[in-house]
Design a protein around this ligand. Structure first.
Ligand code: AMP
Length: 144
């Protein structure tokens, strides 16, 4: 799959964006289809289509910049009193642009934003079983 997306054009200055923050590794700009006013996207400058391709150090930096943007949103005229982070990894998760991006979504009461879900209450044995399976996968990944 071609790693070149609209976000690559924004990084290169070949497509318009409303920048909020920039350093040598990361760019943050306004989402053109905000789910609430002040919705910001934080992206790594080095293209990575998915979390699997993203340098973990850069993942940490995305989160750090997201924290700063969240603080800025609270002090800005956006005037939110809450913030959600959201990251869609993969088509099934709702990813549309295949250049990793962290959504920073300001929240105000009654703004209409929400995640639809059907939480369940599995028995502890089921939780323990899946926890063991995930621990096993983490060990295998660490050995690679
Ligand atoms: P996702 O579904 O997580 O891949 O989200 C992609 C996001 O990118 C959506 O919220 C879009 O509104 C946003 N988006 C797409 N093109 C642009 C653009 N040119 N400038 C700013 N945001 C964009």
């Amino acid at each position: 799959m071609n790693p070149y997306t609209i976000f690559s054009e924004i990084i290169a200055g070949q497509a318009p964006s409303s920048k909020v923050y920039e350093d040598e590794d990361v760019l943050a700009f306004m989402d053109i289809r905000p789910v609430t006013p002040g919705h910001v996207l934080v992206i790594p400058k080095a293209p990575a289509r998915s979390l699997a391709e993203l340098d973990p150090v850069m993942g940490g930096k995305l989160f750090q910049v997201g924290q700063r943007i969240a603080a800025g949103l609270r002090e800005s005229e956006v005037g939110c009193d809450g913030v959600n982070f959201f990251l869609a990894d993969g088509v099934t998760a709702g990813q549309e642009v295949f250049h990793v991006h962290l959504h920073v979504i300001p929240r105000t009461p009654g703004d209409g934003f929400g995640l639809r879900a059907r939480p369940t209450t599995p028995p502890r044995a089921d939780l323990d079983y899946l926890a063991g399976s995930i621990r096993g996968a983490l060990s295998r990944i660490a050995e690679r």
